[in-house]
Write a protein that binds this ligand. Structure first.
Ligand SMILES: Nc1ncnc2c1ncn2[C@@H]1O[C@H](COP(=O)(O)OP(=O)(O)OP(=O)(O)O)[C@@H](O)[C@H]1O
Length: 650
């Protein structure tokens, strides 16, 4: 097929522009990215060669070669990895597969990226980083095991389009040639290249080599210098990296900086990790793990397309970066490497799903991560808070899904509450410890945000009693409270559900008597309101939870509350028809007025309007949309007019 000119996807071009214009202070990373891709490609070829030896093509010396050419002004990165077919080149370089990533790139602004390079580091700029230093990039590649004539030559100046054509390539793998911009020629300098490789790619498992030329005096057979023989130029291939897998080294020998650089290598993050966990497991399962908790959440933490962040190695050989079973979903933010000594090298990716060794490793990793978090919470509370603010909502999923670790997880979850400042948290333990005497249960209220919840009429009685109420504002919290039904022998109870039993037996009796009497007094009115609102509520009753507000809506003990309805709608799920109870405050003046109108004329049409307004008020205070905003505004306007007229004596 002849040379074809193609356009980059819009988002690729946007990404390229962002990279070129915003990451100038991090230019050196282009080499890290390309070496990293080369190393990944060799990993893949090596893995494939276990089941298909033919792809070796007589060259089993895995290697990444850097070739600076001062005359041509080019730097070439060559690997003998798996290479790419034409389709793969076009798919991998030129398009962005994930819709979530596309949307994210669209939203990024140059200014933001310049100030926060970690934003773009979240999904890795990878190959596109080349365009920070090159004004033209040529990629020649051939898929391992394919015909020599099945090579592909791809080229672009990063200006919206690229060309692809078939070519012949004698060796498998990929060769990327960067035609360096005039002001980027420093990247041809031997010492510059050395220092970047040492800094960013020292632990890459394969030799990163470069031909180095030295001028020296010729030597005799015994190694003595031959005087008067002038000098000669000698070129030798040197390996620039130590290749030592960092996770196999003793902790005491690894510097903070090395840990950080390795984190950046595995995560493509520009930020430092928040916590490093490096350990060796022995016993039933033998493996080494180097895990990291990132400082910031990635933009796609909740995207189903997102892959987990732990790479699996077997005896230092890369197996996969997509091993589903290694960590449960609720720890999907953990990055790093696990290197097992128990698994066979030729383990297939499918088998990994079910492998009992993997299950053992998972169990061990979970225990380690959770104990690290518990220790952090205890000894470094500020750091734990920083972690929790980023990843709390994900960790909480574990309460629902990981029954075996529920007790550990319930010690790790934090919530804001009526007794914490906004943005500060309380643990269940702290809550339990400060419960006043007489309080029987742990109370919570769910909703979308704290400031809305603070206004909730459901809190009135708790304020009056001095009882703390937890604010559960993450969508996942509705599932969390289904997971933690009690803590330290105290039941968790929703403030907006069912009956509350906040009083002592005596208080209760007294209240019941008052309520009975009030109910008798208001019975006719309650029946009328119930009849008028029968399409919306299943019952109308007098409330013992309101002190200031006129009314509120209460869910059944097991019914859907307003928050759950909202969440289900947001998830495009059908919301089952569920009516709630309208509770009215018997000591509110509104009740007296309504009772007055009712006593005077039960058929007064205004009563129906007021019923609607009562119901709408209850919806508004809990943050739910009202059913008929037009009617609501019309009624309020009418009230204002009649009230205003009364004021001005018309
Ligand atoms: N040297 C290479 N050999 C073979 N395939 C490569 C090579 N370089 C890149 N690719 C392919 O192109 C894809 C895109 O590369 P790119 O560097 O843009 O992103 P990535 O490496 O997948 O992502 P990230 O940089 O976030 O890890 C890679 O996933 C790989 O499939």
């Amino acid at each position: 097929m002849s040379k074809t000119v193609k356009q980059f996807e819009t988002e690729v071009q946007q990404l390229l522009d962002l990279v070129i214009h915003s990451l100038y202070s991090n230019r050196d990373i282009f080499l890290r990215e390309l070496v990293s891709n080369a190393s990944d490609a060799i990993d893949k070829a090596r893995f494939e060669s276990h089941s298909n030896a033919a792809i070796i093509e007589g060259d089993a010396e895995w290697k990444i070669k850097l070739i600076p050419d001062k005359e041509a002004g080019t730097l070439t990165i060559r690997d003998n990895g798996v290479g790419m077919t034409r389709e793969e080149v076009e798919k991998n370089i030129g398009t962005i597969a994930h819709s979530g990533t596309k949307a994210f790139i669209k939203g990024l602004k140059e200014q933001n990226v310049a100030e926060h390079p970690e934003l773009i580091g979240q999904f890795g700029v990878g190959f596109y980083a080349s365009f920070m230093v090159a004004d033209r990039v040529t990629l020649v590649t051939r898929r391992a095991g394919h015909e020599k004539s099945a090579g592909v030559r791809w080229e672009s100046a990063g200006d919206g389009s690229y060309t692809v054509e078939e070519c012949t390539k004698a060796t498998r793998g990929t060769e990327i040639t960067l035609h360096l911009k005039d002001e980027m020629k420093e990247y041809l300098d031997e010492w510059k290249i050395r220092s970047i490789v040492k800094k960013y790619s020292d632990y890459v498992q394969y030799p990163v080599c470069m031909d180095v030329t030295r001028t020296e005096v010729p030597k005799g057979v015994n190694g003595e210098e031959i005087e008067g023989a002038g000098t000669i130029e000698k070129t030798t291939e040197e390996t620039l990296n130590s290749m030592k897998a960092i996770w196999t080294r003793p902790k005491s020998e690894i510097t903070e900086e090395e840990y950080e650089e390795f984190y950046k290598h595995v995560s493509h993050d520009f930020d430092k990790p928040l916590k490093t966990i490096h350990y060796a497991a022995e016993g039933v399962s033998e493996f080494r793990a180097l895990l990291y908790l990132p400082s910031h959440k990635p933009f796609d933490l909740f995207s189903p397309e997102r892959r987990k962040g732990i790479q699996l190695y077997v005896k230092r050989v890369f197996i996969t970066d997509n091993c589903e079973g290694l960590v449960p979903d609720y720890l999907r933010f953990v990055k790093g490497v696990v290197d097992s000594s128990d698994l066979p090298l030729n383990v297939s990716r499918e088998i990994l799903q079910e492998d009992v060794q993997i299950k053992r490793i998972q169990k061990n990793l979970v225990t380690k991560v959770l104990s690290t978090l518990a220790e952090m919470k205890e000894k470094e509370p500020e750091q734990y808070l920083a972690f929790y603010r980023e990843f709390g909502p994900v960790l909480k999923e574990g309460v629902h899904f990981d029954y075996a670790n529920r007790e550990k997880l319930q010690e790790l979850v934090l919530f804001e509450s009526t007794k914490t400042e906004a943005g500060q948290f309380a643990s269940l333990k702290e809550y339990a410890e400060r419960m006043p005497e007489g309080q029987q249960e742990i109370y919570y209220i769910t909703g979308t945000d704290r400031s809305a919840l603070e206004q909730s009429p459901h809190l009135e009685i708790f304020r009056a009693k001095g009882y703390e109420v937890l604010f559960l504002t993450d969508p996942v919290d509705e599932w969390v409270v289904q997971g933690i039904t009690e803590y330290g022998g105290k039941k968790l109870k929703a403030a907006d559900r069912g009956d509350l039993s906040l009083e002592s037996e005596e208080e209760k009796k007294e209240k019941e008597a008052q309520k009975e009497e009030a109910t008798k007094r208001y019975q006719g009115l309650l029946d009328l309101i119930k009849e008028k609102l029968s399409g919306h509520v299943k019952e109308v009753r007098l409330s013992s939870r309101l002190t200031d507000s006129a009314c509120c809506l209460v869910a059944d003990e097991y019914g859907l509350n307003a928050n759950m309805e909202r969440i289900l709608r947001a998830m495009n799920q059908e919301v089952p028809e569920s009516k709630r109870v309208l509770e009215l405050n018997p000591s509110h003046p509104l009740m007296q007025v309504l009772a007055g109108i009712y006593a005077k004329d039960q058929a007064n049409p205004r009563l129906a309007d007021y019923c609607d307004l009562l119901y709408d008020q209850a919806l508004l205070t809990e943050g739910s949309p009202i059913k008929d905003p037009l009617r609501f505004t019309r009624l309020v306007s009418e009230l204002m007019v009649s009230d205003g007229k009364a004021m001005i004596g018309e």
